[in-house]
Design a protein around this ligand. Structure first.
Ligand code: CDP
Ligand code: MG
Length: 700
């Protein structure tokens, strides 16, 4: 696309009016069909209009891939190199400098910046993009910026000129957004869309959440339409990386046997270009997605939900919709957030279908039945804030001085029990005290872009002087897919053998140690990339882990220099020290062996869990008693992954904390400041409980 192309985008004709609207309004909602040019063009218009002179133009995205690819695109359009005038920042990857003017970033990154600089003095405009996605961080930013801009109008701000806030959203819910932001104006970019014929193929039912079933059907439909339909590119919606890779493999294989002389209906079509698209894909490969295919070749992009609104691929005429999405949901059965495959909502299905009608009439093939649509799909997707753990976000709010986390201005209020659960977790890991105030530890914790349990373990290790053990583990747990699991059976055996060797070499049967050992061995080898190839380990994952480890180390170093950092002593073996640090972080994820190969969690849910087959401890269950684990996977069973055996003595003193606070106490903590008197009352009550417990133990 050259400058002429960008002038063909629907947004171009509204350039002047849009800039003006941003100039005169503190809040503005901008809406328009996906692909109309909001994300790539508006920041450039504001830049041209001089907004960059008073500060940066920040644009948030819920997804990191979107932030990166869009920044790439815009730097290209502006003819500058990425990371200079136009840059991006996502977790663990900062490609921007102080001089960057248009900065694309994830919503999580902006939230961290607010912690360091509550008035966002570096910015003249903040654009919250993809607000319709309703990601947790964007929702929180909406509430924070609403408060901030309103407070600033009341005169209490350290800013020289007022901050402008633009909220961008694909058509849905703009009235609600405007009402939330004090009835601010809504700027609609009129767009033209073409009709999309929708067909229910009825090949799967709601119970077919097993990926082998829906991947097979999606592939079948895609190939059918490739041979029977007119030229035009295909976009397939699947659930995640492994499903996409599987589908692409099957497509490559089957496409080989197509004889273009006889098998295809449209004779101008003489090839199929298959391209995967998912979040953790290398960026140079992602760029390929946007390039037009060679003449006569049909492009088939197999993508996650990222292609539904965040990224627009030109030339798509056909959609194949699996009907499923991988979504993080809070599972009250196990009390944890779990990534699971669920049916998409009807609005999501419509959004997916709409991608086929941008430039001409299109077709959408849904592999599910009409009944599936009617009975299993919600009207709208539930916002993330109402379905995932709020622990990290509540800690951030508290660190920003938002005490009353229940009456915070939420666009959609999370259930009170989710807020209470977050407070309970924060209390359990000593991030807040009984009055709901952030502790010294909590202020250290909030600095790390990691889940609270892992951060807690890392800080414990740092105070014990053994951060070298935990930093690599934290880094390895922050990247996806370390071990390669090839599709073909012979290769699979080869890989498994190498992985078994790595486990044996790590010296102890514990998944965290395996991660540590892989990290250390790879880094120490002469050629880390060759080492990875030999051991069936993803080199790209390890490379990011190395970089993440350095970044975490830098954060730790800075905190040690700036703040008075706790120091503790320990005289036991390093292996015990390592596992004890893990216990401090993960004591809420502790389980004890029950009957057979099952374990029972100790957090009050008492769920029955199994060790996942990918664990080094799989099939060793009979030798175990107590374990802690990093996360949970739910299929037909509840599996725990990344497991470590521990001793009861190590968790004994921590366990009572799991049951110490009750919902009643927390609900007053959540609402208001708690008085000294009340704290004293609880403490007396706790002391009495403890005494009663001890005397019961004495008697036993
Ligand atoms: O934000 P919105 O959905 O309104 O549109 P956009 O993302 O700004 O996309 C405008 C145009 O830029 C579309 O035609 C995209 O295909 C194109 N684009 C691209 O070619 N390469 C990118 N990396 C991003 C966008
Ligand atoms: Mg966009």
């Amino acid at each position: 696309m050259d400058s002429c192309d960008s002038e063909n985008l629907p947004i171009f004709q509204h350039k002047k009016k849009l800039v003006k609207a941003v100039q005169v309004n503190p809040f503005l909602v901008v809406t328009g069909e996906t692909g109309s040019g909001k994300t790539t063009q508006l920041p450039q218009y504001l830049y041209q209009a001089g907004f960059g002179k008073d500060g940066k133009i920040g644009v948030t995205q819920p997804r990191r891939v979107a932030a990166i690819t869009v920044a790439q695109r815009v730097s290209q359009e502006m003819g500058c190199s990425l990371g200079r005038e136009v840059g991006y920042q996502v977790r663990f990857d900062d490609c921007s400098t102080e001089n960057t003017i248009i900065k694309y970033m994830t919503d999580g990154c902006l939230l961290r910046e607010i912690l360091a600089d509550p008035s966002l003095t570096q910015y003249s405009v903040v654009i919250l993009d993809e607000a319709h996605e309703r990601s947790l961080n964007t929702d929180i930013l909406l509430g924070l910026l609403k408060r901030k801009v309103l407070l600033a109008r009341g005169g209490s701000s350290s800013r020289r000129i007022p901050l402008k806030v633009v909220v961008m959203s694909a058509t849905l819910e703009t009235d609600k957004l405007s009402a939330f932001l004090g009835d601010c104006p809504v700027f609609t970019i009129p767009g033209r869309t073409f009709p999309v014929a929708e067909r229910f193929c009825g090949l799967i039912g709601p119970k077919d959440t097993d990926s082998t079933v829906y991947v097979k059907e999606v592939v079948k439909v895609a190939l059918d339409l490739h041979t029977s339909e007119q030229a035009g590119d295909i976009l397939v919606f699947l659930t995640g990386q492994s499903e996409i890779e599987k589908a692409c493999d099957m497509l490559y294989e089957k496409a080989e046997s197509i004889d273009y002389r006889y098998d295809v209906h449209d004779r101008t079509v003489d090839g199929l270009l298959i391209l995967p698209l998912y979040g953790s894909m290398p960026t140079d490969q992602q760029r390929q997605i946007f390039q037009p295919p060679p003449k006569g070749v049909r492009k088939c992009v197999v993508a996650t939900n990222i292609a539904a609104t965040s990224l627009t691929i030109n030339g798509i005429k056909y959609i194949v919709d699996s009907g499923f999405v991988k979504q993080l949901n809070h599972n009250s059965r196990v009390g944890l957030d779990i990534l699971e495959v669920v049916p998409i909502s009807k609005s999501e299905a419509q959004q997916r279908a709409g991608r086929a009608g941008r430039t001409s009439a299109g077709k959408c093939f849904r592999i599910y039945s009409k009944e599936f649509w009617e009975k299993c799909m919600l009207e709208y997707t539930v916002p993330e804030i109402q379905r995932t753990s709020l622990t990290a976000v509540i800690l951030t709010l508290k660190c920003l001085g938002v005490h009353d986390v229940i009456r915070f201005p939420y666009l959609d209020r999370p259930e009170e029990r989710f807020i209470l659960e977050a407070l309970k977790q924060l209390y359990q890991c000593d991030a807040i005290d009984r009055r709901g105030h952030v502790t010294r530890l909590g202020r250290l914790m909030v600095e790390f872009p990691l889940p609270p349990g892992l951060t807690r373990a890392l800080l414990k290790a740092a105070s014990m002087g053994c951060e070298d053990l935990l930093l690599p583990v934290a880094a390895m747990l922050s990247v996806e897919n370390i071990f390669i699991r090839p599709g073909q059976p012979e290769k699979q055996q080869d890989a498994e053998r190498e992985h078994m060797k790595l486990i044996a070499d790590s010296g102890s049967c514990n998944d965290f140690t395996v991660l540590l050992s892989v990290f250390q061995k790879c880094r120490a080898s002469d050629s880390p990339s060759a080492w990875c190839r030999d051991h069936w380990v993803h080199w790209r994952a390890l490379k990011s882990a190395f970089s993440i480890e350095t970044q975490l180390r830098d954060i730790l170093l800075r905190l040690k220099q700036q703040r008075d950092f706790p120091v503790e002593k320990f005289d036991g073996s390093r292996s015990e020290l390592f596992r004890r640090c893990l216990c401090t972080g993960y004591f809420a994820n502790v389980a004890r062996r029950a009957v057979g190969r099952t374990f029972c969690t100790m957090d009050g849910h008492g769920s029955v869990v199994h060790i996942h087959p990918s664990s080094a401890l799989f099939e060793q269950e009979s030798q175990l008693d107590w374990i802690i684990f990093h996360d949970v996977l739910v299929t037909s069973r509840v599996y725990v992954r990344t497991v470590c055996p521990v001793r009861y003595e190590w968790v004994k003193d921590l366990l009572p904390k799991l049951h110490e606070v009750d919902a009643y106490e927390l609900s007053s903590v959540a609402r208001e400041e708690v008085t000294d008197e009340e704290v004293a009352k609880w403490e007396a009550k706790e002391a009495a409980k403890r005494q009663a417990g001890e005397s019961a133990e004495d008697m036993a």
